[in-house]
Design a binder for this molecule. Sequence first.
Ligand code: NMX
Ligand code: MLT
Length: 432
Amino acid sequence: MAKLQDRFADIIPKMRTDQAAILKEKGDKVISEVTVKQAFGGMRGIKGMICDTSVVEPDKGLIIRGHPLLTIQDLWPEEIFYLLLTGDKPDKEATEALQLDLAARSHVPGYVWDVLEAMPDDSHPMAMLSAAIIVMEKESAFRAWYDEGMTKDKYWLPMLEDGLRLLGVLPVIAAGIYRLRYDKGDPIPYMTNLDWGANYARMLGLPDPTGEFAKLMRLYLNFHCDHEGGNVSANICHTTGSALSDVFYSVSAGLNGLAGPLHGLANQECLDWILQLMDTFGGVPTEEELRDFADETLDSGQVIPGYGHAVLRVTDPRFTGFVEFGREYLADDPVFQTVNTVFKVVPKALEAFSAKRVKAGKNPIANFWPNVDASSGSLLFHYGLTEFPYYTVLFSVSRAMGMIAQLIINRALGTPLTRPKWVSTKWVKANG
Ligand code: NMX
Ligand code: MLT
């Protein structure tokens, strides 16, 4: 099979003619309407943009290029990137070529380490990651080509080069941040003959005598790779890229959104909540103890991290996949057992709390089920990755694949600047 760059070049003409045909045939069709509630409510449910890398069905969860996530959970992250970008699962030859391309771009310039070392000791690892990516912006091939006067039809080419460059350095930077921020010693170099996920696991420097941690990391990088275009990080990344900002600016912007507690930071918050819970009850809590703890969290006005979702209305398949991994490899781990007890109790607690909210005239909670963040941290914790403020960095390395694939596709299609019309409250009062 062709290498990623060649395969993508092959499919561009068809992508462009397909889009032109759809626009000609259906350009004036209405696909969504907007209510006043949606305009005030974070545009929830409005179908207003196109994303072909993946879709999230409320009753099924993540579907990548037509494949439900759990049917492709054995793919390695670099294979997932190939799939996201082209729609094809790569064969061995194409995967190896991509691994070599990533390895060839894995050198992190010295000035990145200088910036990271100069940051305050108590910097959040996500702030460090975002800063490291933004200082690398000077490396952008897109910006260099653009400044030389490249034509629009070529935009995708340097975007793909920048995307590979960023994916090449990302695990090295991310692992380096872990080692620097938590005093684990010097960065560990990238190994050319190892796959991308196992490389990241190895560069963190945690003991992995059985190879299970590397296996978990591949799964982790697979599961977080994309969630269509409407989630906060992909949406910000897309909007930034639509101004023709390059991959470094766009991904860094997207990750700043991922760093929020209602989005990717929920995995750190979730483990924190679970450890507080275990601390309060001296180990795995009973269902009754947990119900009280959950009610206390909700009554104090806090969210239960890892539960609820803006789109999903069922248990997130990513949660299910991680629980299956846990059952196979660490069934007796108390943190993992607590995650399972939480799953038995929290949906009912949220349902009861939602009913109370409705009685008090507030919005119902739309989804009582766990999302990806409810289970992932317990697995990382088991393998010795106990510094949970770091967890969103792992999410970021994975999500960069989806963001980058979407950026490249949109430059190939010439997707225009994102600029929806906003209106004032006064306008809604007069016209709504
Ligand atoms: N605990 C308590 N309250 C909740 C929860 C929860 N887990 N989920 C939703 N609600 C509340 C929500 O805060 C909102 O309250 P208000 O109207 O007073 O602002 C109300 O229920 C209605 O929200 P929904 O329509 O159900 O959800 P929305 O689409 O607005 O938000 C989340 C989705 C994911 C932001 C929300 O469910 C949440 O805050 N969950 C906990 C944080 C979390 O797990 N985030 C990770 C999402 C996945 N990721 O990795 O990015
Ligand atoms: C994600 O993976 O981005 C989250 O589940 C949030 C979302 O889809 O809105």
